[in-house]
Design a protein around this ligand. Sequence first.
Ligand code: RFL
Ligand code: PHB
Length: 392
Amino acid sequence: MRTQVGIVGAGPAGLVLGLLLAREGIESVVLESRSREYIEHRVRAGVLEQGTVDCLAASGVGERLQREGMVHHGLFLRWDGYSHRIALSDLTGGRGITLYGQQEVVKDLVAERVEDGRELLFEVSDVRVEDFDGDEPAIRFTDATGAEQVLRCDVIAGCDGFHGLCRPTVETALRVYEREYPFGWLGILAEAAPSSDELVYCHHERGFALQSMRPPDLTRLYLQVAPDEELERWPDERVWEELHTRFAGDDGFDVAEGAVVEKGITPMRSFVAEPLRHGRLFLAGDAAHIVPPTGAKGLNLAVADVRVLADGLAHWYSTGDGSRLDSYSDRCLRRVWRVQHFSWWMTRMLHRLPGEDPFEPMLQRSQLEYVCSSHAAATSLAENYVGLELEL
Ligand code: RFL
Ligand code: PHB
């Protein structure tokens, strides 16, 4: 097998990269270890920045997203029983976010790729990336039928997420920056209409809680829990009770209950592995960096990376000039670190730290009051949340 760009991983990073390359007339093959069914039903992100939506729409996969996605112009920060609105659009010259499930984005991207007849192999195993120091890199793998395959290509894109194999392959050449948080998120998807039409980020003495949604009629809810928490300890009744307690207040707000259709626990981590380029192997998305989900940024960052990569590859293929590939890592890392800081800052403002002294929650409360009362502070949150237009 031979292609121009071999892409490992059919998450948002790999699929969007394949799409952008196809629009430039560049061939790719995507290799995915899971089944189509699995990746189309993995519940994860829900918040898309305007730049992400525009990129998908401009590439011809925005039709259902623009029909079913819900545009939000604000969000709420809630503490002491009251919600305070941050007017995202008013503060950012009209920009907003779109609520649309990551698995819906993945479905749209897979459908377009399959319809267009571009290669996408599911259930591959034993993937190895080789010879990326030279001009003829190769990806060895076992296909779904059990046959050994070699895919030769000009360039390999490592889009295989945090637990993939591309980053470990270049481990010794990486500089890693990392922070683990002493808590995780328990997330549920429930068949209930959300009680607020905008997201509610809640600071509570028992820990953080978040109400989000999946249009048109599902609620997505999260609770801060211990990092090693076991799901069995959280039957639905306990989850609802805890949600009611954390969201309770004097303004009558409450979460609406419904049948729980998905439940999972996610650890929280900040992580960056630099650089993103190793010869002809380019890391993108969660394979290179992770942010805690409080800023709703991971998917958007993955799309931002591959936009830079597709631009560099298109320039290289059309002119022979590799300078935009040489600067790929540095250009991405500027955005990555801005988003790292914002995600850490949101996380720090909203969560309770086990064993913290009484000083910490007082600082958090002061920060929340400042963000909700100062135009400058609110604008800073808003422009980061909707996504900063950093030069590509
Ligand atoms: P992915 O989505 O993990 O995709 C990687 C793909 O590679 C496959 N793979 C392999 N394939 C072949 N060979 C191998 N050896 C392989 N190893 C792995 C995997 O099966 C998978 O299909 O990474 P990508 O594309 O970089 O996308 C990143 C995003 O998925 C991630 O950042 C977001 O989900 C993070 N995130 C959020 N991001 C947002 O922008 N907005 C949000 O609102 C938001 N909320 C969230 C989130 C992540 C969460 N969890 C569960 C981690 C909420 C949660 C709870
Ligand atoms: C979600 O809808 O899943 C979601 C929303 C906001 C976040 C994280 C996740 O910060």
